[in-house]
Design a protein around this ligand. Structure first.
Ligand code: GUN
Length: 285
């Protein structure tokens, strides 16, 4: 039997509709959440991501600023802009698009963003709060992964979740969020021995290893929820996930496609984070 497909695009639209309605309510009280996005240089993929973030702000009624800086911008100039945005009262979320040019220290820039406005959830204060289970701004892709699992209707509590990949941006935070939902979590990565023996035990399998079609049906327990965070560009120009969707969907439970699964959720969770940050800063939360 073919598994149900988790429609990330549709779920994302449902969440955006709720956000739009809340922003309209706040607008009637004279308040608008504001997001500043900073892009340094002309990386084509980053330009597309930034345009999509700007578009989402307009569609949902947020105030939006996009700062497009030349690739020659110095670290001091960038830090001065971050400092200005930290102090700007109409800006509640700040996102500096990564990667930055090589002469700029990414960590120094992330550390400089006010933790209350760090809508990427990358600042050490937010990472630390996630670790100890305190309120924090959650990183967008991991938050989207959890939302997609919840919307399958499959209970996370008590389940065995296996996460493939241990990056700071996806694997580590996803595993912490799954633990927070009372799953028992196993983390696998490129050096894991006998990976299949572990993944075959997973009720929930999250794959973020960055290798096209790495997980085939032999890795998957029948009926397991499979979330594919991979976005790999193939030689023929097509986009492929880390999961071999066609074979896995024949054995798995609910499964995300690529594209149209996790991808659409990331900007939506960014918009949600911006609204959360705005309400907290305004004393409305
Ligand atoms: N570049 C690719 N993905 C991201 C992201 O989620 N946040 C930022 N700041 N840069 C990125």
């Amino acid at each position: 039997m073919t598994a149900p497909i988790i429609n990330g695009k549709q779920i994302s639209e449902e969440i955006r509709k709720d956000l739009r309605e809340e922003v309209e309510r706040l607008a009637k009280q004279g308040f608008k959440p504001g997001l500043a996005v900073v892009l340094v240089g002309e990386d084509p993929a980053s330009q597309v991501y930034v345009r999509n973030k700007e578009k989402a702000c307009h569609e949902l009624g947020y105030y939006s600023e996009v700062h497009r800086l030349s690739a020659e911008t110095s670290q001091e100039e960038l830090l001065a802009l971050v400092d200005k945005l930290n102090r700007q009262s109409n800006i509640h979320g700040i996102l500096v698009q990564l990667p930055l040019p090589k002469h700029i220290d990414e960590k120094a820039v992330i550390d400089a963003i006010s933790a209350e406005k760090d809508v990427d959830g990358f600042h050490p204060v937010n990472v630390g709060n996630l670790m100890i289970g305190d309120d924090s701004l959650l990183p967008c892709t991991p938050a989207g992964v959890i939302e997609l699992i919840k919307r399958t209707g499959v209970e996370i509590s008590g389940k065995h979740a296996v996460v493939i990949g241990r990056s700071n941006i996806v694997g580590k935070p996803v595993s912490l969020l799954l633990q927070r939902e009372n799953a028992t979590v196993t983390m696998c990565h490129s050096r894991t021995a006998n990976m299949k023996e572990l993944t075959q035990l997973a009720d929930i399998l999250v794959v973020a290893i960055g290798r096209a079609n790495f997980v085939d049906a032999s890795y998957v327990k029948p009926g397991a929820v499979v979330i594919d965070v991979g976005m790999n560009r193939l030689e023929n120009g097509k986009l492929a996930g880390d999961v071999d969707f066609d074979s896995v969907k024949e054995v798995s439970g609910p499964i995300t496609p690529v594209p149209g699964g996790v991808g659409p959720m990331t900007i939506t969770m960014l918009m949600q984070n911006t609204l959360i940050a705005a309400k907290r800063l305004q004393g409305l939360a």
